[in-house]
Design a protein around this ligand. Structure first.
Ligand SMILES: [Mg+2]
Length: 192
């Protein structure tokens, strides 16, 4: 069965969360190089001289601290994330050469700040890609089916989506570096 819909993850694929956090925390671009999202607090702790206990903080706490230091809300942090350098090229290829339907498929993280994150993500989509529909859910596998291709930078999410019967490609976010041309060829071959 061919692919009719491509589902785009936001953080690490379309929106540069690490770049936004670096900007909020006054760190030079490219400073944060966590190996996984779960290492984010430890990585920020190392570069900002925070106590070792900060390294065990939840992602939600990290986001709240970063937003506070940048004197903004979590919603505004997400609304103003930089766009990933290859985002427009990827969308143009999928809508043009591949002519598939596109949608954002993104998770609002866990805990009380979910609503703020979700609102910030909607703001971001409306200012950057207002014509692309979006789905915000903690459970991306709800949309897994043979004609759907998920592009996501988190290996665990890719594995779960494949196991649930969808197609998925792991995208090289800033801490899973790969050659974008190679990954775009792979996406093209599955989506066209
Ligand atoms: Mg992601």
């Amino acid at each position: 069965m061919s692919v009719d819909t491509v589902l785009l993850d936001m953080d690490g694929v379309m929106a540069d969360l690490l770049g936004g956090l670096e900007s909020c925390l006054s760190l030079a671009p490219g400073t944060l190089q966590p190996q996984r999202w779960d290492d984010l607090a430890g990585e920020i702790g190392r570069h900002t001289g925070r106590t070792p206990s900060f390294a065990r903080s939840s992602t939600a706490h990290v986001l709240e601290v970063a937003a506070m230091e940048g004197r903004r809300s979590v919603r505004s942090l997400f609304a103003s994330l930089p766009i990933m350098p290859e985002a427009h090229r990827l969308v143009n290829m999928l809508q043009g050469e591949c002519s598939v339907d596109l949608a954002f498929l993104t998770s609002p993280s866990r805990g009380p700040i979910s609503a703020e994150i979700a609102a910030g993500k909607v703001d971001w989509i409306l200012s950057n890609f207002p014509d692309i529909p979006w789905v915000i859910t903690h459970e991306k596998t709800l949309l897994a089916k043979p004609g759907s291709l998920l592009i996501d930078d988190r290996p665990e999410t890719v594995e779960r989506f494949l196991a649930a019967g969808g197609r998925a490609i792991q995208y090289p976010s800033s801490f899973y570096r790969k050659d974008f041309r190679e990954i775009h060829r792979e996406i093209y071959s599955q989506a066209s």
